[in-house]
Design a protein around this ligand. Structure first.
Ligand code: HEM
Length: 414
C-alpha cells in the first residue's frame, strides 16, 4: 500500500503522572496530527489510533472492516498470547468483548435484558440500600482512623462490587476474597505487577468456574442461574463461554464503575464551585454524571480492533490484520463536538459522549453504571457534606495503567 512506510510514528507516553493528571493537551496534539495517527505503544508496538469524535464513531460502528477477533483478520498475535496464558485463563478469549457476529449477538442476547433501562430502574431502591450499607462501613473505617479513610477501598470498590454480585447471584460472604484478587489488577505496571495481575485473574477465574459448578447443583437465583438454565436448555452457550461471561460481568461490573466514582469525587474536589452547584440541586445529578463520564473518560482507549482487509480509513492506508484503537477520551474532548471541552460544566446539555463506546460492543452496563454513579455521589455528599481530601492534593496520584484513568487510593475525611 503506497504511503504506509512513510506514515510518521508518534511516540506516546500514556502512563506518566503528568499525562494522567492532565491528558487534554496530549489528545489535542494527537487530533492536530489527524483523525487517524500511527503511534508506538508498550506491548502492542506500532498501532493506529482514531483520535477525533468522527473517526472514533466510524471505527467502532464499522463492523464490516474492523473486527474484535484478531484471527478473523489473519492476525496471530492474540492466538500467541492465548497459548502463553495459564490454562485456566484461556477461556477468557471466549468472552463476548472479543467476539464478532454471529457469536457476539448470541452471547449478548443472553444478558441484554437484565441490563436494560427498565430492569435497572426496578433495582434503584435496592442499589440505594447497598450504597448506604457501604457508607456505613466507610463511616466505621473512618471512626477507627485519625488520618482519614481510603474512599476507594471502603466505598468506591465495595459498592459496585456488591451490586454486580447480587445481580449475578454470588454469595455476599465471598466479596472479601475476590476484592483481594481484583485489587491485584489495579496495580498493573511493570512485569512484577503483571505477574500479580495474572495471579489475581487466575484466582477469580477459578472462583467463577467453581461457583458455576456449585450453582449447577444448587441454583441461588440471579443471572448466573439464568445462564446455567440457558446452557442446559440447548446449545446456546458452552461451559467456557458461560464462565467467561460471568468473569467479564464480575470484572467489568465493578473495576470500571469503581474508578468512575473515585475519579468523579476527585474531579469534584478539584472544581469546588461545581460540587457546590450539585449539592444545592441534586436534580442535576443525571446531567452531572454524563459530564463526569465525558470529562473523566475512565476508559481512555477502546479494546483493539483489527482490520479484516486492507482499507482506507481516516486518510490512512491500513493493512489487513493491523490494530486500530479508538481513543474515547480524545473523542470526548474534541472541540468539533464539545464547546470548551477542557471545562467541567455539570449542566452541559449534550449527552453525545462515547465514554461507553459505540456500535454493537457499546457498554452492556452503561445504564447500571450511570445509576450507580449518581446514587454514589448523591448519598456520599448528602451523608458527609464536609467531605474533603485527607492529604494534600499533590499526594493523590492516578495509577500508571495504560489506557485507563484510575486511582489506587483516595484518602478522605469529614
Ligand atoms: C463507568 C463505568 C463503565 C465504563 C466507563 C465502561 C466502558 C465500557 C466501554 C468503553 C466498553 C466498550 C469497549 C470497546 O468497544 O472496546 C464497554 C463494554 C462492556 N462493558 Fe462497560 N463500562 C462501565 C461499566 C460497566 C458495568 C457496570 C458493566 C456491568 C455489567 C459493564 C459491562 C460491559 C460489558 C459486558 C462490555 C462488553 C460489551 C460487548 O462486547 O458487547 N461495564 N464498557
Amino acid at each position: 500500500m503506497p504511503g504506509l512506510a512513510r506514515t510518521p510514528v508518534t511516540e506516546l507516553d500514556l502512563v506518566s503522572p503528568a499525562f494522567k493528571e492532565d491528558p487534554f493537551p496530549t489528545w489535542a496534539r494527537l487530533r492536530a496530527l489527524g483523525p487517524v495517527v500511527r503511534v508506538r505503544l508498550p506491548i502492542f508496538g506500532t498501532v493506529w489510533l482514531a483520535t477525533t469524535y468522527e473517526a472514533v464513531n466510524d471505527l467502532l460502528r464499522d463492523h464490516q472492516h474492523f473486527v474484535q477477533n484478531p484471527a478473523a483478520a489473519g492476525n496471530r498475535w492474540m492466538g500467541t498470547i492465548v497459548r502463553w496464558l495459564p490454562g485456566g485463563l484461556r477461556p477468557l478469549a471466549a468472552n463476548m468483548l472479543l467476539r464478532d457476529p454471529p457469536d457476539h449477538r448470541r452471547l449478548r442476547g443472553l444478558v441484554d435484558q437484565a441490563f436494560q433501562r427498565q430492569s435497572i430502574e426496578a433495582l434503584r431502591p435496592r442499589l440505594e440500600t447497598l450504597a448506604e450499607e457501604s457508607l456505613d462501613r466507610l463511616a466505621a473505617a473512618a471512626a477507627r482512623s485519625r488520618r482519614g479513610v481510603d474512599l476507594v477501598a471502603h466505598f468506591a470498590r465495595p459498592f459496585p462490587l456488591s451490586v454486580i454480585c447480587e445481580l449475578l447471584g454470588l454469595p455476599a460472604e465471598d466479596h472479601t476474597r475476590f476484592t483481594r484478587w481484583a485489587g491485584a489488577f489495579s496495580k498493573s505496571f511493570g512485569f512484577a505487577a503483571l505477574f500479580e495481575t495474572f495471579a489475581g485473574l487466575n484466582k477469580l477465574m477459578l472462583y467463577c468456574r467453581s461457583e458455576y459448578r456449585r450453582q449447577r447443583r444448587r441454583p441461588r437465583g440471579g443471572l448466573l442461574a439464568a445462564l446455567i438454565q440457558a446452557e442446559e436448555a440447548g446449545d446456546r452457550l458452552t461451559e467456557d463461554e458461560l464462565v467467561a461471561m460471568v468473569f467479564l460481568l464480575l470484572a467489568a461490573g465493578h473495576e470500571t464503575t469503581l474508578h468512575q466514582i473515585a475519579c468523579s469525587v476527585l474531579t469534584l474536589f478539584d472544581h469546588p464551585e461545581q460540587l457546590d452547584r450539585l449539592c444545592h440541586d441534586w436534580g442535576l445529578a443525571d446531567l452531572a454524571v454524563e459530564e463526569l463520564l465525558r470529562y473523566v473518560s475512565f476508559a481512555q482507549v477502546s479494546k483493539p480492533r483489527y482490520a479484516r482487509e486492507d482499507v482506507e480509513f481516516g486518510g490512512q492506508s491500513i493493512r489487513k490484520g493491523q490494530i486500530v484503537f479508538a481513543c474515547l477520551a480524545s473523542a470526548n474532548s474534541d472541540p468539533a463536538v464539545f464547546s470548551e471541552p477542557t471545562r467541567l460544566d455539570l449542566g452541559r446539555p449534550s449527552h453525545r459522549h462515547v465514554a461507553f463506546g459505540a456500535g454493537i460492543h457499546v457498554c452492556l452496563g452503561a445504564k447500571l453504571a450511570r445509576v450507580e454513579t449518581a446514587i454514589a455521589l448523591q448519598r456520599l455528599f448528602t451523608r458527609f457534606p464536609r467531605l474533603s481530601l485527607a492529604v494534600p492534593r499533590s499526594q493523590v496520584r492516578y495509577a500508571r495503567r495504560m489506557g485507563l484513568r484510575a486511582l489506587d487510593a483516595l484518602p478522605v475525611r469529614w
